[in-house]
Design a protein around this ligand. Structure first.
Ligand code: HAM
Length: 476
């Protein structure tokens, strides 16, 4: 049997109802903060990630799904030979050599390991600076070749957002950082995840980091020999990345290393203080974690993670920060920005601890049981009419006996069963039975929507079930 590839998984109903609930809630919250959706391709040129996330990061050095794309070579090759053929048909000797790129196959593509790089590429490519401040969000799969374990997958899903624009649009203001963090607190609270922890740090500007890197190198020199191989390499190429190390034996050494916060310049310090001041004023609790440097190279100044106890080892439910120089590093205009990505798999996992997917699943209101030959068409007509009234309908088949229809209706979780037999069709009135109470009434066709709506309204249970804001509409 062919199974899903290790580290990937199928998301099945009813769990998908919880995923839809999370995404619908996120879209609601994004709307309230005036964010708009952006969708970028799932694969990009490898160089995009190498230049933004950083060559020395675990993501780029170990975890990307990268391949040489043969189709592009084929197209180039075909174009080259077409040109050569035209020239020889015209009686000329084909000019030029086969371009090196055809022989070397230089089109290296990568499945996106994260979405910030793609968003910034799109910002540059489409000249989005003309729009001033861009507040963008995305929801979609990302790919990293990590060792799979609980909460860590090779295909996983992120819900992320980026605020990016020219400085004159306010993109650099600490107000943006605080708004993004407050929005995250709102989203988690609305989903019913209350016991989160916001860890906050400032990783400074590249200028702040010149001194810090020097101090780090100096501090590492006498001890790095006893650290893991990765750290020995990082100490030379990018000492900040030593803080990503997970090797238990290295941790006591890392604890003694200087921290970036000691090297923040006046501007970075003021920016960081201002972010904290706004967070305090809006009542979003946080903790300073001066070891937090995040595993991607593009961060400047504010960096953060939200953790959640219920998740175990993979406890970072989301991460983000500022990336003020990223657009320029990719050849674009200066465009300070800040954003985050939530690990949706982990978010759903934390929700599952409290609320089963069934609590947000919209089950059928009515199950229509066509009774006897020729009744499928009548049942379909009835279903079509009722679905126009925001009712969820499920349909049986005319070959079912009444008993089987009742069993099927109960299994589908329907509230009511509607019998469409020959007599009912003739009378243009149908038997409607409440499966919970056993109450049964004969209802004329035109009265059906109103009767069913009234019965539904009488049930006090809100449609969204137990989680989050009461009354949140949830797509089935
Ligand atoms: P990141 O910290 O690499 O940041 O990923 C964000 C979140 O994605 C993590 O906190 C985690 O919840 C989830 N995640 C990462 N890897 C996996 C995995 N293998 N399996 C399951 N979940 C995972 C970024 O990706 C940045 N682009 C965030 C950002 C946006 N910074 C600024 N803007």
């Amino acid at each position: 049997m062919i199974k899903a590839v290790r580290g990937t998984r199928d998301l099945l109903p009813p769990d998908t109802a919880l995923w839809n609930h999370v995404e619908a809630t996120a879209r609601d919250v994004f709307r309230a903060y005036n964010f708009q959706e952006i969708r970028t391709p799932i694969f990009e040129e490898t160089a995009l990630f190498a230049r933004s996330v950083g060559e020395e990061t675990d993501i780029v050095s170990k975890e990307m799904y990268t391949w040489e794309d043969p189709q592009t070579r084929y197209v180039q090759m075909r174009d080259y030979y077409k040109k050569a053929l035209n020239e020889s048909n015209a009686g000329r000797v084909p000019s030029g050599l086969v371009p090196l790129s055809l022989l070397a196959g230089t089109d290296s593509l990568t499945l996106r390991p994260e979405n910030t790089a793609g968003v910034v590429r799109a910002y540059i490519q489409h000249g989005l600076e003309k729009r001033g401040l861009n507040k963008l969000y995305y929801i979609g799969p990302q790919f990293r070749r990590e060792r799979p374990q609980k909460g860590r997958y090779r295909q996983f899903y992120q819900i992320g957002a980026e605020v990016i624009g020219p400085s004159s649009s306010g993109s650099e203001s600490p107000a943006r950082d605080a708004e993004v963090l407050e929005m995250l607190a709102t989203l988690l609270d609305r989903l019913g995840i209350t016991d989160w922890n916001l860890e906050l740090n400032s990783v400074g500007t590249p200028a702040d980091r010149v001194q810090f890197n020097e101090a780090l190198r100096k501090a590492l020199e006498p001890v790095v020999g006893s650290m893991c191989e990765d750290c020995q390499r990082r100490a030379v190429t990018n000492p900040l990345r030593v803080f990503d190390c997970k090797v238990p034996g290295d941790q006591p050494i890392i604890e003694t290393l200087p921290r970036i916060t000691q090297f923040l310049g006046e501007d970075s310090r003021r920016h960081f203080d201002a972010v904290q001041e706004i967070l305090k004023s809006v009542g979003v609790p946080f903790q300073i974690n001066d070891r937090l440097v995040r595993g991607l190279d593009y961060y400047t100044r504010t960096a953060f993670e939200f953790t959640h106890g219920a998740l175990g080892a993979q406890n970072a439910i989301l991460g983000g920060g500022r990336y003020d120089g990223l657009s320029e590093a990719l050849g674009g205009p200066a465009a300070p920005g800040i954003g985050f990505a939530i690990g949706e798999d982990r978010l759903v996992m934390s929700l599952q601890e409290k609320s089963p997917a069934e609590s947000v699943l919209r089950k059928p209101d009515v199950y229509i049981a066509p009774l006897g030959p020729g009744m499928n068409a009548e049942a379909a007509r009835l279903a079509r009419e009722l679905r126009r009234h925001d009712l969820v309908l499920d349909l049986g088949d005319e070959s079912f006996r009444l008993k089987k229809s009742f069993e099927a209706a109960t299994k589908a979780g329907a509230k009511y069963i509607l019998i469409a037999g020959e007599n009912e069709v003739k009378a243009d009135a149908f038997a409607l039975k409440n499966l919970a109470t056993g109450e049964q009434v004969q209802v004329p066709r035109t009265e059906l929507p109103r009767t069913i709506q009234a019965w539904r309204a009488a049930i006090s249970q809100p449609r969204s079930g137990g989680i989050g804001k009461p009354g949140t509409e949830v797509p089935g």
